[in-house]
Design a protein around this ligand. Structure first.
Ligand code: NAD
Ligand code: UD1
Length: 353
């Protein structure tokens, strides 16, 4: 059985990825500080897994701690190597992700995201652990016109959060180039993950007030806020609102497993890979679909454009579909249905457990 270290495994993408790894038969080790998550998400992963496979055992071990603490990271590796002799691969999702917060506190973002990754890579190096999947973001791309973004599109993040992601990509590239091609590194540039596990038992449980569109649509439908502010209806798009490439979090989770399996089979490499559907949905379309599939109302009000927004951010996903067989099975309707089911069943997220 291959063993995977999953950092940030209690978070939104991490918990779904953890489940996808367990379902594929991996032994999973999670590191999480719970700075933006709850251990309850991992309890739920275990429950879903045990129920589905009618088993009482599961291959998941959780280490609570911060990647910035190098001694902690080293101890985790030592403990795992004592028992299991190796970590076959690392999926590194741990990081802070709010653009807004990163502008207010860039030191925190550089410290958490970059220092945490440096520590992890140094310890991996000392244990000769070479397979690494990193959660980057479409935010590393420069803002463009209405054309699909492929992996060679212009780069140019415009906020500290995006700068930390690009810096880590560069670091991986530098390490790869320095090591006589020893490493196998992949940076996955996610577009906009939304939705939840179809059971309604696992989903996004943000700590604090969300800034992203999907949790805000849900909050509006729940009546937690009177209306959804739409940032601009004068963008150069069909209905004047911004277009994004929304991807179901389960498709994103499964994409990690496919990329990891690919790394195990190939020669040393470093590559960047878009993880998106290639389909664009405007804010108004997203709200309408959400209202229709869930039979709810989401009152809207138009506001001025948000600083730093781009009208059209959609992946050219040719590489991920052709080379990695990443299929994106779930539709935008599924994303809206599953996200709403999660919130209805768990109005307080994992806080209510
Ligand atoms: P999340 O906040 O739900 O999960 C991140 C997890 O990492 C949390 O459980 C948090 O407690 C943990 N963490 C943060 N810093 C840590 C540290 N120093 N040590 C240990 N644990 C730490 O976020 P998410 O949406 O699941 O995103 C996961 C990754 O994907 C992040 O790196 C994020 O930047 C990236 N990403 C997310 C999106 C998105 O829209 N959600 C888009 C592009 C990229
Ligand atoms: C944002 C971040 C991006 C990050 C991504 C995923 C910015 C500028 N970009 O991207 O770096 O990788 O989240 O975490 O913050 N919208 C509204 N009303 C709202 C909220 C959003 O109309 O209350 C609109 C936005 O203007 C945008 C779309 O909805 O057009 C999607 O917004 P959001 O969910 O924040 O994602 P991104 O802007 O793509």
């Amino acid at each position: 059985m291959k063993s995977i270290l999953l950092t940030g495994g209690a978070g939104f993408i991490g918990s779904h990825t953890c489940l996808a790894l367990l379902e594929k038969g991996y032994q999973v080790y999670v590191i999480d500080s719970f700075v933006n998550s709850s251990p309850n998400s991992l309890d739920m992963v275990i429950n879903i897994y045990k129920k589905k496979y009618k088993v009482s055992n599961f291959n998941l071990t959780i280490f609570k701690g911060d990647l910035r603490d190098k001694y902690f990271v080293k101890k985790v590796f030592s403990d795992i190597y004592k028992v299991n002799k190796k970590i076959d691969g690392v999926i590194h999702l741990a990081g802070l992700k709010s653009v807004f917060e990163s502008k207010k506190d860039p030191l925190l973002y550089w410290n958490n995201n970059v220092l945490g990754t440096l520590n992890l890579l140094e310890i991996m190096d000392s244990f000769e652990c070479i397979n690494f999947v990193f959660s980057s973001s479409a935010t590393v791309y420069a803002q463009t016109k209405n054309s699909l973004l492929d992996e060679n599109s212009d780069i140019g993040p415009i906020n500290p959060y995006g700068n930390t992601k690009l810096t880590i990509e560069k670091l991986l590239n530098d390490i790869f180039n320095s090591q006589e091609n020893k490493s196998k590194f992949a940076s996955l540039r996610y577009f906009n993950p939304i939705g939840a596990h179809p059971s309604g038992l696992l989903g996004e449980s943000p700590i604090g007030i969300p800034n992203n569109i999907f949790p805000l649509i849900i909050n509006t439908a729940m009546g937690l806020q009177k209306e959804l502010k739409i940032y601009g209806n004068d963008w150069p798009t069909k209905d004047g609102t911004c277009i994004r490439d929304y991807i179901h979090v389960m498709d994103l989770a499964e994409a990690h497993v496919k990329v990891l399996d690919f790394l195990f089979k190939i020669k040393p490499t470093y590559f960047n890979l878009n993880i998106g559907t290639g389909l664009g949905t405007s804010v108004i379309q997203l709200v309408k679909i959400f209202e229709e599939v869930n039979d709810v109302e989401v009152p809207i009000v138009f506001d001025k454009r948000r600083m730093g927004d781009a009208p059209y951010v959609v992946a050219d996903n040719t590489l991920s579909t052709s080379k990695f067989n990443i299929s994106n099975k779930r539709s935008i309707e599924d994303m809206c249905r599953d996200g709403w089911k999660w919130k209805k069943l768990n109005p307080n997220g994992f806080k209510s457990f």
